[in-house]
Design a protein. Structure first.
Length: 173
């Protein structure tokens, strides 16, 4: 999956030169360094980290970082400066990284909600050097509210989630 994510970051000229250079650096950056610099990196880096962690069998930690990346990416896309290449990359990362992470984490609704809460807490506690939380406070509030609503929906739908997963041949933990 690491190769696929790197290919997504660099392929077909989807990214501007700045993003492409960062994508190349992210591919070789140790995971600990991504964690350390997460507030300064493009949200796609958090998806790279999540992909690595899932491949290492660290599903809950992968979900934490995937949701942090999703929160930051949705926020980036909510502001007027959002670029078409960011929308394309977000869609690709959501499918290639987000789908397998979600398939894993939804097997335990408590872990799923904990991952989303972790992402909200991490985002609140860390600067965002890509998208200004101050200049775009309304957009940030809306994106954070969306994740809060998802947490509420998961909590209210636990039994249905388990039934749907069973019907679809997915594990419940």
């Amino acid at each position: 999956m690491k190769t696929l994510v790197a290919a997504l970051l660099l392929s077909c000229g989807l990214l501007s030169a700045g993003h492409a250079q960062q994508g190349s650096a992210i591919d070789t950056m140790p995971s600990a360094q991504i964690v350390e610099q997460a507030g300064s990196l493009h949200p796609s880096a958090l998806y790279v980290l999540a992909s690595r962690l899932l491949a290492e069998g660290k599903g809950p930690e992968a979900a934490n970082w995937m949701y942090a990346g999703q929160l930051r990416y949705r926020f980036l896309l909510a502001v007027p400066k959002a670029q078409a290449d960011d929308r394309i990359l977000f869609a690709a990362l959501s499918e290639q990284v987000g789908r397998p992470v979600n398939e894993y984490i939804a097997g335990d609704p408590d872990e799923w909600m904990a991952a989303m809460r972790w992402a909200l807490d991490w985002d609140a506690a860390n600067e965002n050097h890509v998208t200004s939380k101050t200049r775009h406070a309304a957009e940030l509030a809306e994106v954070r509210g969306g994740l809060d609503r998802l947490i509420f929906k998961v909590d209210a739908s636990r039994d249905q989630i388990r039934r749907d997963r069973t019907a679809n041949g997915l594990e419940n933990r």
